[in-house]
Design a binder for this molecule. Structure first.
Ligand code: FES
Ligand SMILES: [Fe+2]
Length: 436
């Protein structure tokens, strides 16, 4: 349970808020590179950290991110002409480059120097790993970009989904391993999955014990339960400042992934799910739909990007018969199951009314780190974790079987380190079945 003040501090990310200011210390994934496929193509509406912005790719291929409202008299630059290295407002023809300079003001007298005095708000953009990143922070020279392995590999795979709820509400689902065996696997009995598989271990003991520890990049947990007679199955996952999660799915050492829960505003979040490497072969996953959910074609609306076809307006297409027979929820895919429960808490969940148990240790610790960091920045100007140290992001998550009594942190040191090869390690160590 949080106090009302702490809940507000945690959730509100608009301009000028402590948590918004914390996020603005970091580079932020704003869009897919493929959303701006060509130079001088159509601009893109991007709602980000409570701001309405317009992304555009200029003639040279560079990407700009500019305030929506034209500095002249406020027409939306979404309707602008993207031409010759700048975006020109269609109302009176003022034109801006990616740095926000006004490079043309055709309806002012030729001798006027007014255009030198006008500046639009723009944010620097960099493309990496199929993503357009931006820095909305206060520094004239942005900090280094985070060394997130999955975002540094050109042949990565990215899925994006919009979620109709607050960012931390969505993220908390990623750092709560306990729900896996209910929300996703609640209809599956341990006897239905192969022995020696992660699912057998997880389903045979649905109440894992947690260990939680602070890291240089955020918080890490290990959740464990018995595997074989003298071993435990550990699910190890990370929260990384300010809004990343590395979930415990799959085999530690082999999984290269990260999820960014990027706030559009207080009540809308874009999830970028970034992975690298072949997915496990599609075998029995305990009747679970591991396929991605159906998405609608993107529209140009502020909230028109990466929407799922099943959503709160159609009750996520819940199938009540299936809920009694083939799945715990009757909701069609793992991602949608997560989407349904987190959105169902309401747009900004009121944490003054919740009741946290021991299984919520990771959620509790992550909130505390975020709140402490937001306050330290607000009150003392203290730079939050990872901003100036990109290497702390070079970590991995996943599942592992360890001898009972082993020090899980020490024993997994190498497996948790990015850019590390593990010859001989295969997904068969956890049964080679699709991971959840
Ligand atoms: S409002 Fe944009 S040029 Fe006038
Ligand atoms: Fe989930």
């Amino acid at each position: 349970m949080l106090s009302r003040d702490d809940n507000e501090l945690l959730c509100r990310i608009g301009p000028g808020t402590p948590m918004g200011n914390l996020m603005r210390q970091y580079w932020v994934p704003a869009a897919l590179s493929s959303e701006l496929p060509e130079p001088d193509g159509a601009p893109l509406r991007v709602r980000l950290l409570g701001e309405d912005l317009i992304a555009f790719r200029v003639s040279s291929g560079a990407v700009g991110l500019i305030q929506n409202s034209c500095p002249h008299r406020g027409a939306s630059l979404f309707y602008g002409r993207n031409e010759a290295e700048g975006l020109r407002c269609v109302y009176h023809g003022w034109k801006f480059d990616v740095g926000g300079r006004c490079v043309d003001m055709p309806i002012e007298p030729a001798e006027s120097n007014f255009k030198q005095k006008v500046r639009a708000v723009t944010y620097p953009c960099v493309e990496r790993g199929g993503l357009i990143w931006t820095y909305l922070g206060p520094r004239p020279t942005p900090p280094p970009m985070p060394e997130l392995e999955a975002t540094m590999l050109a042949d990565n795979r990215i899925q994006v989904y919009q979620r109709d709820c607050n960012w931390i509400q969505a993220l908390e689902g990623d750092i709560d391993t306990g729900h896996t065996v209910y929300l996703h696997l609640g209809g599956v009995d341990a006897s239905e999955v192969p022995p020696d598989s992660w699912a057998r271990y997880a389903l045979a003991d649905r109440a894992p014990r947690y260990e939680v520890t602070d890291t240089d990049s955020g918080v890490m947990y290990g959740a464990y339960r018995p595997a074989e007679a003298d071993t435990n199955y550990w699910r190890i996952a990370n929260f990384l400042f300010p809004f990343y999660a590395m979930i415990p799915t799959g085999v530690l050492g082999l999984e290269v992934r990260v999820r960014a829960w990027v706030p559009m505003d207080d009540a809308h979040t874009l999830a970028f799910l970034i992975t690298h490497g072949a997915p496990p072969p599609p075998r029995n996953a305990g009747r679970q739909a591991v396929a991605p959910p159906e998405t609608l074609p993107n529209t140009t609306d502020w909230y028109g990007r990466f929407r799922c076809a099943a959503d709160g307006t159609n009750d996520y297409l819940i199938d009540r018969k299936a809920q009694k027979t083939v799945s715990f929820t009757g909701i069609g895919s793992i991602h949608l199951q997560d989407q349904a429960v987190t959105e169902s808490m309401g747009p900004v969940y009121d944490r003054t009314r919740e009741h946290l148990g021991t299984s919520d240790a990771m959620v509790i610790r992550t909130r505390k780190r975020l709140l402490d960091a937001a306050r330290a920045l607000r009150d003392r100007g203290q730079i939050p974790p990872g901003v100036d140290d990109p290497r702390v992001y070079a970590v991995r998550s996943g599942g592992v079987v360890l001898r009972r009594g082993a020090d899980w942190i020490e024993a997994t040191q190498k497996l948790r380190t990015a850019w590390t090869e593990h010859p001989g390690l295969t997904r068969s160590v956890l049964g080679n079945i699709p991971a959840v």
